[in-house]
Write a protein that binds this ligand. Structure first.
Ligand code: 4AD
Ligand code: MG
Length: 431
């Protein structure tokens, strides 16, 4: 038996086909039964007329509950008003497995209820649309780097030390070696890769034991991190804007249908083309002051501050030259002002805040060693990292883009929890 996916129905107009899937919804009116079939590739309305089918089939169409797995047969008709543009003049219906009392009904449910049932909620049209867009974003990211001379390098997940700061580490016992930590970032390993390949990117899950209960924070999230040898801060920003333009433009062109399903207005996304505005931290502070914020120089930008700054622009804005005290130990200082780090954060519009964090790295052995000591990091664990400065050190830079924040922004979602199949947050690690 050849089963036809719903997305291919245009090739079968006027023909009899058999499809498999799940009962998404149903209704009846007099002598007609409507079953909406869902097969993972689309939705299809199947129409059963009492006179055209056996009593058995007609009763079955009445009895089956939402999400029963079924097989349907019928003739494909074009129907511009139907979802997907086709309808099935159905004759056959058989059950693979009956389902009753499916807990998620077409009525409204609360988000916590749906999150408890995330394994089932994934079947809804909006959730599959979001995750298809996520898939396309991931592919666009890979395509970009693969097409620009970068080598993919997978960093370890179990690591011996902190990368982004000791306060947000998940630790686990590790045999006779004491403790290991879930990686916060693949960057340090990407730096080793950049010295081997010139240009690399890492792409994988990263972990932060942050006690942040906000709409932008997960404890487990995915990050892509390019790292480039012989690149300075400006080169890093050039790369970030070229990359972002490619990802956004590719995804909105390719995923128009899904973006429509989630009702995302893409007008402003269409304008995300380089150049992106670049401002210094000092200029960002001026913007805050002009907007009546009592902001002290030297503090990190909070979510509310980022929103005010990014609201000044239609496109993502790059904020660079942050105070070094709010940034990581590995960032190179501005040679003209030791208080500043050669760092850049990219803030997305519409209040989405930081989606990219990057910098030029400290490439001087003595300075880096001093930073490691200042940050009370265990020097032993960083000897290999110092080796990168002992043996042929070069200026190098990179950045990290958080996938979930990027999906939330492109999809226009108000929380990152719907951007990943099974979100991990401080108050949730199930299902
Ligand atoms: O700014 P972060 O901490 O930078 C780094 O990890 C660097 N090592 C990257 C590099 O230079 N190679 O994180 C980078 C990005 C953020 O801009 C944000 O998009 C995302 O990762 N991110 C999170 N996303 C979801 N939940 C969290 N708790 C996140 N923390 C960071
Ligand atoms: Mg950051």
């Amino acid at each position: 038996m050849q089963y036809i996916p719903i997305k291919n129905l245009s090739e079968f107009v006027g023909k009899e086909v058999t499809l498999r899937g799940w009962l998404y919804n149903k209704r009846s009116s007099g002598k007609v039964r409507f079953i909406i079939l869902r097969d993972g590739t689309g939705l299809l309305q199947c129409i059963y007329f009492k006179g055209n089918v056996s009593n058995e089939v007609f009763e079955l169409a009445d009895r089956l509950g939402q999400e029963s797995s079924i097989e349907v047969t019928g003739k494909v008709k074009e129907e511009p008003r139907a979802p997907g543009g086709f309808e099935l003049d159905a004759t056959g219906l058989s059950v693979i497995s009956e389902s009753h009392d499916y807990p998620i009904t077409p009525k409204e449910h609360g988000v916590e209820f749906l999150m408890d049932l995330r394994h089932l909620w994934l079947r809804s049209s909006k959730q599959t649309a979001i995750l298809r867009i996520r898939h396309r974003i991931v592919k666009a990211i890979r395509d970009y780097f693969d097409g620009h001379g970068f080598t993919l390098m997978d960093p370890p997940i179990l690591t011996p030390a902190a990368c982004e700061g000791t306060s947000t580490l998940f630790e686990t016992p590790y045999f006779d070696l004491g403790k290991a930590y879930l990686t916060q970032s693949g960057q340090l390993y990407a730096e080793a890769g950049a010295m081997a390949f010139g240009k690399v990117y890492t792409f994988g899950p990263t972990f932060r034991a942050e006690k942040s209960k906000t709409r932008r924070h997960l404890t487990e999230f995915w990050m892509v991190e390019p790292e480039v040898a012989f690149a300075e801060l400006n080169d890093d920003m050039d790369l970030a804007e070229d990359f972002l333009e490619y990802v956004v433009q590719t995804v909105i062109k390719d995923k128009e249908e899904e973006l429509k399903i989630i009702e995302r207005d893409t007008t402003h996304l269409k304008n995300i083309k380089k150049p992106l505005p670049r401002i210094t931290y000092d200029e960002a502070v001026d913007i805050l002051k002009k907007n009546g914020i009592d902001f002290e120089w030297g503090n990190d930008l909070g979510a509310a501050d980022e929103t005010i700054i990014s609201n000044q622009y239609e496109k993502p804005v790059m904020v660079h030259h942050y105070p070094s005290i709010v940034k990581a130990f590995y960032m190179k200082r501005d040679p003209n002002n030791d208080k500043l780090a050669l760092a850049v954060d990219v803030l997305a519009p519409e209040g989405y805040g930081e989606i990219i964090g990057g910098s030029q790295r400290e490439d001087n052995y003595d300075v880096l060693l001093q930073r490691i000591k200042e940050h009370n990091l265990p020097q032993e664990a960083f000897e290999w990292y110092l080796d990168l400065r002992r043996y042929g050190s070069v200026p190098h830079s990179g950045f990290g883009l958080g996938i979930e924040r990027t999906v939330a922004w492109i999809c226009g979602l108000d929380h990152v929890r719907e951007t990943i199949p099974f979100p991990r947050m401080i108050y949730r690690n199930t299902p």
